[in-house]
Design a protein around this ligand. Structure first.
Ligand code: AMP
Length: 195
């Protein structure tokens, strides 16, 4: 049995020139479908987001997309998935993605991906949740980010235990075995509503 029933994936809405990023996203989508794990994501059809969701959908997986109404055209809402939840604001999207999933996997992405990831880290730091956050280091993409985390800790702006909120995994295939090893505490959240 899988360690989690639902995984929230943060990743880019862009299509990078290096196709290996897209391949990693497609691979994760198919893996989740094969394992019967629900994919919770931002609902769009573009970039890595679209690639992972189409891959999971086409492999018969359960996919839940959460997208603010104003982005349904900009980010091209993906059709044919199990459930699309339209919300009003970016904050509602982030909160619902959080509530609907037991763990997070972060594939390469841009500012939106960074924003979502850092907010989940800060919520963990504030002891609002204990859900695992896995940084999936496709092509070493997250090395500079992990370096920044170390710099923040070394400079005294975060406690060393900040490291405990993040788990760096080398590739997509390491996600599910790592989740199986971690104790998943997806208990009720006390995250305040931020509108
Ligand atoms: P990006 O990594 O910039 O390609 O964005 C990935 C996803 O994050 C896109 O669906 C963005 O709409 C979303 N995003 C951007 N900013 C935020 C935010 N402040 N809160 C929640 N999602 C965001």
């Amino acid at each position: 049995m899988s360690a989690v029933k639902s995984l929230c994936v943060f990743c880019g809405a862009s299509t990078p020139p290096d196709a290996r990023y897209l391949e990693a996203a497609g691979h994760l989508g198919r893996l989740l479908a094969a394992e019967g794990i629900e994919l919770v994501y931002g609902g769009g059809a573009l970039g890595l987001m679209g690639t992972i969701a189409r891959a999971a959908r086409d492999a018969g997986g359960r996919v839940t997309g959460i997208i603010p109404h104003f982005l349904t055209k900009l980010e091209a809402k993906l059709d044919g998935i199990s459930e699309t939840i339209e919300v009003e604001t970016m904050h509602q999207r982030k909160r619902l993605m959080f509530e609907r999933s037991e763990a997070f996997a972060v594939l390469p992405g841009g500012m939106g991906t960074l924003d979502e990831t850092v907010e989940m880290i800060t919520w963990a730091q504030l002891q609002l949740h204990k859900k695992p956050i896995l940084m999936v280091d496709v092509l070493g993409y997250w090395q500079p980010f992990m370096g920044m985390v170390e710099h923040v800790i070394a400079s005294g702006f975060a406690r060393p235990n900040t490291r405990d909120f993040l788990t760096l995994v080398p590739d997509v295939d390491s996600i599910l075995p790592t989740l199986a090893r971690l104790k998943i505490d997806s208990g009720p959240s006390s995250v305040p509503v931020a509108e």
